[in-house]
Design a protein around this ligand. Structure first.
Ligand code: AMP
Length: 402
């Protein structure tokens, strides 16, 4: 089936038209600066130069309409008419406890995603705008929501509860939800297939290391714990997010800086946008820049890398304990797929689990490869993630009612 995969942000709309059977990408691109001056649409298809069209995009509906025109245009289109698009799959960030899997979108699902806005004020509103834009542009076309949180709904209560008064969970949904679920599920399923172990025996830790990073314990194909929490701010340090900190630090920093007007919004900004490896290094949130700076002797860049590696290794160790064993470890996303030195450094700290890395295999980047030695007690993989394919497959399955 031909599926349009849509990932709508507050001022952007990423899209990919793909064949859900073989994962072939027919066209993809990005509408940027929606509702802001200087908006544009990037459009690319295999074997052709990328088009960049500068035009006014006052809202997501106008952007979606133009994307559909490009996809079906006689000059640069990849399908003849919109009828060739079988269904639309949307990435939706927060599905709360309501969604443990993907689902066809109807008015009730839209209302449920809207009801989840307090838990995800930055992401669910633009996701809804993307859904509405596609409903306007393609009325009657099956639309499917695929949630970042859904895969983690199998976590047991002992892993998802916070030790706060129970009423905050019962009345406001304060608990761990976890994110990057589509990615963790995709690479875990790939690893299970590659390992050839019976599903029930598989104990895998998946490390999604990108701009945002999270680590997940996957036992028998199901998420049993993950480092992100009620929001994507928790867990290991990230590009600009602080990850886990002592919660009392927030009050301390706000008091210490109150004369400078450090209110809760400023605090939130600091923790989300000015912390992580950027905050520590003062150099960049991008690991390529950090490695380059560390190579030139920048001590804070080296510290940021060391902290990240330490916390990732610590999380893997914690999850090996949580699963009472480990037989697979996966690295994925921008950093996990492209940084052999970081993979080697994490694995070096995990020697006690019997992990041994094959230096030659580990030198490969951005491809599906076993990077552990034949003797390693844990099979370690680099597996490029493919959230779009996962979304396309779920969408095809639900749209055909299989
Ligand atoms: P993602 O969020 O998965 O797109 O990952 C983005 C991050 O991956 C960037 O901020 C970089 O830190 C990192 N990254 C991407 N490519 C490379 C590379 N070739 N070497 C090192 N880090 C990379």
């Amino acid at each position: 089936m031909i599926i349009l995969v849509v990932n709508a942000g507050s001022s952007s709309l990423k899209y990919q038209l793909m064949d859900s059977e073989d994962g072939r990408v027919l066209a993809k691109g990005l509408a940027e600066r929606i509702g802001i001056n200087g908006s544009q649409i990037k459009y690319s298809r295999p074997g052709a130069e990328q088009l960049v069209e500068v035009l006014e995009l006052p809202n997501h509906s106008v952007a979606m309409q133009r994307v559909l025109e490009l996809l079906t245009s006689p000059e640069c289109g990849v399908v003849e008419t919109m009828d060739a698009i079988d269904a639309v799959g949307h990435r939706v960030v927060h599905g709360g406890e309501r969604f443990a899997g993907s689902c066809l979108i109807d008015a009730e699902v839209v209302a449920a995603i809207r009801a989840m806005i307090p838990l995800s004020p930055l992401h669910n509103p633009p996701n809804l705008a993307g859904i509405q834009a596609c409903r306007n542009a393609m009325p009657g076309k099956p639309q499917v929501a695929v949630f970042d949180t859904a895969f983690h709904q199998t976590m047991p209560a002992e892993a998802y509860m916070y030790a706060l008064p129970y009423s905050f969970y019962a009345e406001h949904g304060v608990r761990r939800y976890g994110f990057h679920g589509t990615s963790h599920q995709y690479v875990a399923e790939r690893a299970i297939a590659l390992m050839g172990l019976p599903l029930e025996e598989s104990k895998i830790v998946t490390c999604h290391l990108g701009n945002g990073s999270s680590i997940t314990a996957v036992r028998a194909g199901r998420s049993i714990d993950t480092t992100m929490g009620m929001t994507p701010l928790a867990g290991v340090p990230m590009g600009t997010r602080c990850g886990d900190i002592d919660p009392a630090i927030i009050r301390f920093m706000m008091n210490a800086k109150s004369e400078d007007g450090l209110d809760i919004d400023r605090m939130d900004r600091i923790m989300n946008h000015e912390s992580g490896v950027l905050g520590i290094s003062g150099v960049s949130s991008d690991f390529r820049d950090l490695y380059a700076a560390a190579d030139e002797g920048n001590k804070r860049a080296q510290l940021a890398l060391d902290m990240f590696i330490y916390q990732v290794a610590k999380s893997v160790g914690a999850y090996a304990a949580a699963m009472n064993g480990l037989n697979g470890l996966v690295f994925t996303a921008g950093i996990g797929e492209n940084t052999p030195a970081l993979r080697a450094a994490v694995c070096e700290r995990l020697g006690y689990l019997g992990i041994e890395i094959d230096a030659e295999a580990n030198a490969r980047r951005g491809e599906e490869v076993l990077i552990s030695t034949a003797d390693s007690r844990v099979r370690v993989y680099c597996i490029p993630t493919n959230e779009e394919l996962m979304i396309a497959k779920d969408t095809a399955r639900l749209a055909t009612g299989v």
